[in-house]
Design a protein around this ligand. Structure first.
Ligand code: CA
Length: 530
């Protein structure tokens, strides 16, 4: 039986051994005079999620959290003081000039061998965690027809193919009424193309097209672009794109279209059904991490646990992507310093500059200034807030960068920690990570969101025990146990790692899978709509 919070000992959470501040963990905060287990005595009342000085910090000295300078002391801060924005001088917001490039030597981490999962091998070397038929669409016009066909495929065909997990329609708002020759149109087009090639779909690409749309099937998937199939048929003629065109003269009546989609689906379902899971190394995992509905504990419990797990995955040879430009922009110097080479750092700067210009074009303020809610929750400034998000990326060197909609594999990336530039919007970020080749998704949340994707399992990590208790059948991991003093960041990181292997193997389903909670694909289209 869990104790209620007011019965608990005073607890703080320190993010790094070199930090000189820590966060009060107890619900409702702690009164002046509270004494922690290490003897530290609070000089003032400190709210939950707020910082306390762990040692005497002299005026002008650096205040360090996440082993990063989050400001300097405006006055002497004796051990046990409340450290908030009123006593901190904020570091200047970073411009993209004169950033440190690959200056941090990442700690050499021992390879983690021997971890495996059961996955579906693809001929191109990628591995699926699920065996799903995806029906690509070129334009929103066909969505109603595809939805109709999907219901019949699920009811009439799927039961005959027990090794196929699901069938999904890759529906979206793009395809026509858009400036398709605008330079930025490359982003939505390659996103959709690369999602069609996601490892969870086994290379069985089929397309439903209207006929008159701007995004013609051969523009979406030019010959040779759907590589998984091509390699399987090596030596034979290049595979032809399997397209059902609704305006084709052969179709007389609606049922003709539905029959045609079902016949095409049958061919692909037969091939997918013949696949079996095989034991593959954990290095085949391609994990996308992101957060949404964050709270003051996101950067204290869930994101650090994910960061520890990210290090485990990188040590196991897996690929991990972190994203969300606007969440990390104000910690950019931390990222460029951690790049594996000056070129990788420059690529990161290029993505930030592109996004700065994109936001400026829309007269949006790029600054992620802390909101009143952030400050109330204990986040003193933008650097501290960004660090809470960046910590999901762990401590490994950042060895690759993707532009929105790009594929890891097509960029020659098959391992390591990658910065995949995306908006922070949950749906846009998830969609772009699918395009990159994600086969497992980890999502941290403090306020709570039922987020899920049809294309890939989503493991959701709650930042607080309160949320994990209330949403017991929606949250997969409770990182709130870190703040409760019941588990360490390392414990949670390992637990998450093991859960990932189980979920990737199909041995466990996530709650979002259990309830079939599927958010829409949302293509990032920075080009004009016409
Ligand atoms: Ca997000």
């Amino acid at each position: 039986m869990a104790e209620t919070s007011d019965q608990r000992e005073p607890l703080f959470v320190r993010m790094h051994p070199l930090d000189n501040v820590a966060i009060v963990a107890n619900d409702g905060g702690l009164p002046a005079g509270s004494v922690f287990a290490n003897g530290l005595r609070l000089m003032q009342a400190v709210p939950q999620g707020h910082k306390v000085a762990l040692q005497d910090i002299a005026q002008g000295s650096v205040v360090r959290r996440y082993n990063v300078r989050i400001g300097t002391a405006r006055q002497d801060l004796p051990a046990g003081s409340w450290v908030n924005e009123a006593v901190l001088d904020m570091p200047a917001a970073r411009s993209l000039e004169a950033l440190p490039l690959a200056t941090v030597q990442a700690q050499v981490q021992v390879p983690l061998d021997g971890y495996t999962f059961e996955g579906y091998r693809n001929p191109d070397g990628s591995v699926g965690t699920r065996n799903i038929l995806a029906i690509t669409t070129t334009v929103q016009c066909v969505s109603g027809v595809v939805e109709f066909a999907l219901k019949r495929i699920k009811a009439e065909l799927l039961p005959k193919y027990p090794n196929v997990d699901d069938v999904v329609g890759l529906e979206h708002a793009y395809g026509c009424g858009v400036a398709i020759d605008a330079p930025d149109a490359i982003i939505p087009i390659r996103t959709l193309r690369n999602i069609s090639l996601n490892p969870n779909f086994g290379g069985e690409v089929m397309v439903v097209s209207l006929g008159c749309e701007k995004l013609q099937p051969e523009r979406l998937l030019p010959p040779g672009s759907f590589a998984i199939r091509d390699e399987r048929h090596a030596g034979s003629a290049p595979a032809e794109l399997d397209v059902v065109c609704l305006q084709a003269e052969a179709h007389v009546g609606f049922m003709s279209m539905i029959d045609s989609i079902m016949q095409t689906a049958t061919r692909h379902l037969e091939r997918l059904n013949a696949r079996r899971r095989e034991t593959v190394p954990a290095s085949a995992l391609v994990v996308g991490v992101q957060c949404g509905g964050s709270d003051a504990f996101s950067g204290v419990t869930a994101n650090p646990a994910v960061g520890f797990c990210t290090d485990l995955l990188v040590r196991a040879g897996a690929t991990v992507m972190f994203s969300e430009v606007t969440e990390v922009r104000d910690g950019i110097d931390q990222l460029t310093a951690r790049a594996s080479s000056p070129e990788v750092a420059q690529a990161m700067i290029r993505e930030m500059a592109w996004y700065d210009a994109y936001l400026a074009k829309g007269s949006a303020d790029r600054s992620a200034n802390t909101t009143p809610g952030n400050k109330k929750g204990g986040l003193s400034n933008i650097v501290e807030k960004a660090m809470g998000s960046i910590i999901k990326s762990g401590s490994a060197a950042i060895s690759g960068v993707l532009s929105p909609g790009e594929s890891l594999r097509q960029n020659g990336i098959t391992s390591g920690l990658v910065y995949a530039a995306t908006p922070a919007s949950d749906f846009v970020c998830g969609t772009l990570q699918l395009a990159a080749g994600m086969n497992l998704h980890v999502f941290t949340t403090g306020r709570g969101t039922p987020y899920g994707l049809a294309e890939c399992p989503v493991i959701k990590v709650a930042t607080r025990s309160d949320l994990a208790r209330r949403w017991h059948d929606l949250m997969d991991v409770n990182a709130g146990r870190i703040a409760d003093g019941e588990a360490s960041i390392e414990d949670l990181g390992w637990e998450l790692f093991q859960l990932m292997l189980d979920v990737a193997s199909g041995r466990k389903k996530t709650w979002a899978e259990h309830w079939q909670l599927h958010n829409a694909l949302v293509l990032f289209n920075p080009a004009p709509i016409t």
